[in-house]
Design a protein around this ligand. Sequence first.
Ligand code: BV8
Length: 252
Amino acid sequence: MIILATDNQIQKVADQLCIAKSVAVLTGAGVSAESGIPTFRDSLTGLWSNFNAEELATPMAFRKNPELVWQWYYSRRIKNSSCKPNFGHLALAKMESKIDDFSLITQNVDGLHQAAGSKNIIELHGSLQNFICFDNHHHIENHIVDSSPEKPPYCSICGSLARPGVVWFGEVLPELAIRSSMEALEKANIFLVVGTSGQVQPAASFGLIAQKNGATVVVINPDESARIENAIFLQGPAGEILPKLVSLTWPT
Ligand code: BV8
């Protein structure tokens, strides 16, 4: 992929970033694309090619066919474990080290921002590093998860089925994640929206909320359709735009 945004366009954002007191970033599946993790709406490949992610990522799908949904998440967990943070993840970790008040809000469940060294991470949709039981959200040990590729193990406390510690469609987001995100959007001078198609609520509304609070919103995405009205658009892959933005903002 090539960078379509001009150096001049990126420099204009760098000029604002270097004087920003508070920065918030929202990432979606696109920021992990260059690490080899298919984006959420990429057609599901192989065994999953005849399924729709939004239909599988629901409590109803799990109740209807726990083995199918379990195997999908198990395969994603194995895939994620072999993927490494890319230059986009690393650039966001460096940006955080340069800005006193920095919040990284992610829709992703792959753990790559943590692996890249980012610290103040708000996981809106949970994490594939964490498994819980369906009925009571008791923690399920990773070694029990790893030893059961075909079907969900049972919770040793209440006997209900294990499930991934992610937020499914139709489930409410963690209260703390929402509260922390709103706090970050209230004070951000700049809000970067990176690698998300803006289809999933409530994250899809964060750009508008940030704008209403007076932030400059910058969208980073190779796809024009991700544009947000009255926002700056830097067209190109996150793994190339973000490192360039960081090097132009902090040249040393
Ligand atoms: C909620 C975890 C309140 C699981 C995910 C009816 C009933 C109930 C709710 C609803 C309803 N109708 C609507 C809703 C709300 C619903 C929703 O928004 N639905 C959509 C589909 C219309 N939201 C919810 O249900 C949320 N909860 O609202 O609670 C409630 C509760 C009950 C009743 C009513 C209300 C919960 C949503 C959380 C779902 N869980 N993930 C899992 O991962 O399996 S969401 C899932 O989609 C992933 O987290 C993913 O990150 C996220 C968003 O997608 P994107 O990240 O944007 O990924 P996508 O593939 O779409 O796009 C990738 C982008 O990257 C593209 O733009 C591409 O151009 C770009 N890209 C590609 N390469 C690169 C790149 N960018 C940069 N660099 C590159 N190299």
